[in-house]
Design a protein around this ligand. Structure first.
Ligand code: CAA
Length: 379
C-alpha cells in the first residue's frame, strides 16, 4: 500500500490550493451573501482544465485521475463550497456520463465544450416527488417521429440557472418502473425548455440552483444518452462518482473550518492566555483533525478504486457519509471554539456550518448512503 501522492498529483493540488486561496477565498463571503453565480471564477478554473479533470485530453479535459479530481474539489471547496459543487456537478455528473455512455456524435457535440468549460452542464434528475425515491419520475418523454417530446419539471438543479446543457431524466415507458427511465442531452435553446425560479436556501448560495421546466420540449432522437430504459442504472452509477466529489467538498469545508479554528485559538486570549492552551479546545481541535484525515482517506480510497475500474459504490457512499458528518461536527465545534464571534456573519464559521449541512443531503441523503452500504455488506 502506497500513501505517497505522485509528483503530478502534488502539483495539481498545489495549483488548486494557490488559485483557491488567491482568487476564490477573498470573494467567497460575497458570493454567499449575494448568491451571485461565480461566472468569472469558473472561466479561470476552465483555463486550469478543472471543468473536466478526468476527461481525456482529446475531449479537452485534464486527463487526470480521480484522486486528482478529489483533491481539486477539496481545495476549491476549502475556499468556497458553492464553487466546489458547481465544479463537481460539471465534472462527475455531466462530463463523466457523456464520456462513458455517449455516442461519438454526442461526445463531439457536447463533451469538449463541457470539459473545456466553454459550456456548463447540469444533472436534472430530482423532481418534487422523486428525491430519495429517484425512480418515481413524473417527467415523460414520448417519441414522435425524429424527436422525443418531454413534459415535466425538475427542482433543486445545481448549475441550472446558467447551464447550457442538461442531462434530463424522463420516463419513456411508465409501465416498466425504473426500467422505463431514459436520459436526454438537452440544450438550453431547445424549444419548450425553460429555467424556473432560483430557490432560496440555507447555504451554498452561489450554486445557481433552480427549477427547470419542459413543456412539449422537442429533443432530437440522437440526443438519447445510452439505451432507452437504461437511464436509472446510469444515474446510480454516475452518482457513485458524484459522491466522491461531495465527500471531497465536505472535507474541504471541514478543513477550512479547522484552518480558521487553529488561527483563532492561538490569537484569542481569555483568562490571560490563548484559548489554544486550554485542553477543552485542544481536544476539539484534535478530534476535528483526526476525523478530517479519516474522511480524506476514505475519499481517496473510493477514488483509487474508481480509477482501477473496480465497483466502488459502497466505498463512495462511506466516504460521503463520513465526510459529510465530519463537516457537520467540525463546523459545529468550530462555532463553539469561536464562541459569540462564531455566530456572527463577520466570521466565516456560520457560513461553513450552513454550507456543510447540504453535504448530508444532496447526491443521496446519508440515510440513502447507509442503505447502499448495508446492501453491500449484507450480500
Ligand atoms: N450502479 C449501477 N447500477 C446500480 C447501482 C449502481 N451504483 N445501484 C443499483 N443499481 C442497479 C441495481 O442492480 C438494479 O438493477 P437490477 O434490477 O437489474 O438488479 C437497479 O439499479 C435498481 O436498483 P435498486 O433496486 O437498488 O433501486 P432503488 O429504486 O431501490 O433505489 C437508491 C436505490 C439507492 C435508493 C437510489 O434511488 C438512490 O440513490 N437515491 C438517491 C437519489 C440521489 O442520490 N439523488 C441525487 C440527485 S443529484 C444531486 O443531488 C446533484 C447536486 O445537486 C449536487
Amino acid at each position: 500500500m502506497d500513501f505517497q501522492l505522485s509528483e503530478e498529483q502534488l502539483m495539481v493540488r498545489q495549483t488548486a490550493r494557490e488559485f483557491a486561496e488567491k482568487e476564490i477565498k477573498p470573494q467567497a463571503a460575497e458570493f454567499d451573501a449575494t448568491g451571485e453565480f461565480p461566472v468569472e471564477i469558473i472561466k479561470k478554473l476552465a483555463s486550469l482544465n478543472f471543468l473536466g479533470i478526468t476527461i481525456p485530453e482529446e475531449y479537452e479535459g485534464g486527463g487526470l485521475d480521480t484522486i486528482s479530481y478529489a483533491m481539486v474539489i477539496e481545495e476549491i471547496s476549502r475556499a468556497c463550497a458553492s464553487t466546489g459543487v458547481v465544479l463537481s456537478v460539471n465534472n462527475s455528473l455531466v462530463c463523466e456520463p457523456i464520456l462513458t455512455y455517449g455516442t461519438d456524435f454526442q461526445k463531439k457535440k457536447y463533451l469538449s465544450d463541457l470539459a473545456s468549460g466553454k459550456k456548463l452542464g447540469c444533472f436534472a434528475l430530482t423532481e418534487p416527488e422523486a428525491g430519495s425515491d429517484a425512480s418515481n419520475l413524473k417527467t415523460t418523454a414520448v417519441l414522435k417521429g425524429d424527436h422525443y417530446v418531454l413534459n415535466g419539471n425538475k427542482l433543486f438543479i445545481t448549475n441550472g440557472r446558467v447551464a447550457e446543457v442538461a442531462l434530463v431524466f424522463a420516463m419513456t415507458d411508465k409501465s416498466l418502473g425504473y426500467k422505463g427511465i431514459s436520459i436526454f442531452v438537452i440544450e438550453r435553446g431547445f424549444p419548450g425548455y425553460s429555467v424556473g425560479k432560483v430557490q432560496q436556501k440555507l447555504g451554498i448560495n452561489a450554486s445557481g440552483q433552480c427549477e427547470l421546466y419542459f413543456e412539449d420540449c422537442l429533443v432530437p432522437k440522437e440526443n438519447l444518452l445510452g439505451e432507452e430504459g437504461g437511464g436509472f442504472k446510469i444515474a446510480l452509477a454516475t452518482l457513485d462518482g458524484g459522491r466522491i466529489g461531495i465527500a471531497a467538498q465536505a472535507v474541504g469545508i471541514a478543513q477550512a473550518c479547522l484552518d480558521e479554528c487553529l488561527k483563532y485559538s492561538k490569537e484569542r486570549v481569555q483568562f490571560g492566555q490563548p484559548i489554544a492552551k486550554f485542553q477543552a479546545i485542544q481536544w476539539m481541535l484534535a478530534d476535528m483533525s483526526t476525523e478530517i484525515e479519516a474522511a480524506r482517506l476514505l475519499t481517496y480510497r473510493a477514488a483509487f478504486l474508481k480509477d482501477k475500474g473496480e465497483r466502488y459504490s459502497a466505498q463512495a457512499s462511506m466516504a460521503k457519509l463520513f465526510a459529510s458528518e465530519t463537516a457537520m461536527k467540525a463546523t459545529t465545534k468550530g462555532i463553539q471554539i469561536h464562541g459569540g464571534y462564531g455566530y456572527m456573519k463577520e466570521y466565516p464559521m456560520e457560513r461553513f456550518f450552513r454550507d456543510a449541512k447540504v453535504t448530508e443531503i444532496y447526491e443521496g441523503t446519508n440515510e440513502i448512503q447507509r442503505i447502499v452500504i448495508a446492501s453491500s455488506i449484507l450480500k
